[in-house]
Write a protein that binds this ligand. Sequence first.
Ligand code: NDP
Ligand code: 2IT
Length: 445
Amino acid sequence: MSYVQDVLETMRQRNQRQPEFMQAAQIVLESLEPVFDVHPEYQEASILERLTEAERTIIFRVPWVDDSGKIHVNRGYRIQFSSVLGPYKGGLRFHPTVNLSIMKFLAFEQTFKNSLTGLPMGGAKGGSDFDPKGKSDSEVMRFCQSFMTELQRHIGPDTDVPAGDIGVGGREIGYLFGQYRRIRNHFTGALTGKGLNWGGSLVRPEATGFGAVYFAQEMLHGVGDTIEDKVCTVSGSGNVAQYTVQKLNDLGAKAVTLSDSSGYIHDPEGISPEKLQWVMELKNVKRGRIEEYAQEFGVTYYPGERPWKVPCQVAFPCATQNEVELEDAKTLIANGCLAVAEGANMPTVPEAIDAFIKATVLFGPGKAANAGGVATSGLEMSQNAMRLKWTFEEVDRRLHRIMHDIYRATAEAAQRYHEAGNFEVGANIAGFLKVADSMLDQGVV
Ligand code: NDP
Ligand code: 2IT
């Protein structure tokens, strides 16, 4: 049995009933096979055995009281996966589906993603099975305060720096930061995605979506094409989806879909800047459903479906894991899709990734294509440490540069170790090498 298969087998025994974690681990480890042929020192140092076990797993009770006085208990998590490259860094997800497997897959992926950014950040993820949908602002605040009352003892600007993810945006980061500051009596950059008046960075809200489009642009430039005039499908309608559409509009492309967990809308005319503004108000302020777009603008809403049947040249899955299945990939390929850039984490199932790569669809995996969010969090940490603030143009310029460098590193690793154009394997290898070499340098810890 190969080293990789051997480690995967042990992992299966140890991580039973953790399908998302095993899915992420299998994809990453199998793409590393060619590395071990030329680097036996990694196996000698048991790098994979160490790297697949989180440094620390924190699970805690989160009790809170709703507006009617009823007491609820949710489960909180923080998975501190690897700190070999820097303080733990990664988002918090509040969603009813959150469980240990999903937290571990996200923290594992984050380790390689953060490595790819070139910034000094380790990998972590956290969150809770709390569902913010339908909750009042005061309920969300009380939940966040209770969550932070425990989490605060495990984080700090040089220890672990959480941020947003699904269900955690500017509102939640505000409540979390307020409670952190109160308990610790410390105004420091212990969270990113903060408000602009209290230590946040310009471009952080936009960064993941902008970065995903910059990555798609890089992939298209690599084959002598551009994003201009491309018809694009986007799933989700949250933070990442919104700013993906904004950047597509800026660059002269046309986004024609948005979705949520209830269904999707198709607007063949394109989601113009004015319509996007309306969506932002709907989702971020009124906290409504994407179905309302269909009524407002007279387009079709498809309940219970995902947008992958809509013909497009570039697809941006920006909602959640495993939202592009093999059948979806086949449909996208048959409809002439040229490129897929993952705004979400692991939105494409392994068989669909294989289908895209076999059909020479340019495939930008999440750990590369959506790394702009955490990269800009890294830039927020730098600004906090220096106690200064860069302009929008300055942060956007750095983000653009980082996405360009990630594309280059990914493309070069693919060519050197496997096959040109396989960015899936390239991103895994490029992210891994820096982590593995740093583990060798730092000894058995
Ligand atoms: P938001 O909470 O802002 O939006 C999430 C969107 O995805 C909503 O439209 C939501 O619909 C939909 N969605 C969530 N869960 C499901 C589900 N189980 N099935 C179908 N649709 C679902 O989150 P973000 O935009 O921040 O995150 C989207 C993706 O991007 C996630 O995979 C996240 O991990 C990833 N990501 C986010 C980064 C960031 O900076 N925010 C950085 C890098 C990656 P509904 O309202 O119905 O739940
Ligand atoms: O998945 C991700 O990269 C994020 N949710 C952003 C993490 C961060 O620390 O900004």
